[in-house]
Design a binder for this molecule. Sequence first.
Ligand code: LP5
Ligand code: MN
Length: 245
Amino acid sequence: MQVHFISDLHLCADRPALTAVFERYLAGPARAAARLYILGDLFEYWAGDDDLDDPLNTHVAGLLAALAGAGCQVSFMPGNRDFLIGADFASRAGLQILAEPARIELGDQAFVLCHGDSLCTDDVAYQAFRKQVRNPAWQAQFLGQPLAVRKQIIAGVRMKSEEAKSEKAAAIMDVNADAVAALFREHGFAPLIHGHTHRPAEHRLIVDDQPCERWVLADWREDGGEASGEVLVWSGGLLQRQHLQ
Ligand code: LP5
Ligand code: MN
């Protein structure tokens, strides 16, 4: 049995080659997976489920529904860009939404999953922003505005975020060691799989004298029309990265 993990695809209409990599992945390697976990930032941004009629959004939901229809159990965990994905998208795409952090069992192994942004606690400005936009009352108010207005607001936030990131030290935008240790403690030191930081790596560390593993997923990219992605595959008790083109 295979179980797949992907994150940080950042799909959008401007990156057709990236969507093509996703299409090939879903029609090919993903068919060997009994379960697929999408750990956030599937989309460049998600303005609300009433944007499901957007051609790319309809297309992606249909692709995922086809995989689910072929017998793969698909789970989606919200990222910092698509946490507004809701029940309508879930039902259209045939997937379940998983709250983070999630603890899962694969065979006799436990794993902890999260998007990764919650661990970046040194990024104080981002955490303040996150607290605001993850508040259900704020979300209800935001989703109450017309779709076009929401898209304008998001465009502004994306610009401000890019500006803010260019002024932040790289270390601030990585995970905080204490936040990682706290998560390991909370979940019995099970291996952690997350994305968000775009710093793919396998970290082996010791927390409270316990050996721990932190697997960081790669982001998918499109540069000059060339796109590639990556899936982390669990099979026979081992995790391995598979490059996608
Ligand atoms: O995503 P990434 O890796 O590029 O950057 C993140 C943090 N930035 C964000 C913002 C998103 O990228 C863009 C918004 C996506 C759409 C969300 C949908 C609906 C929400 C609508 C919002 C009104 O998450 C970035 C981190 C980085 O990860 C690394 O961890 O540093 O954080 C920032 O740059 C945030 C800034 O530091 C502070 C916030 C600036 C925006 C202020 C806008 C004010 C409008 C207020 C409305 C609530
Ligand atoms: Mn992210």
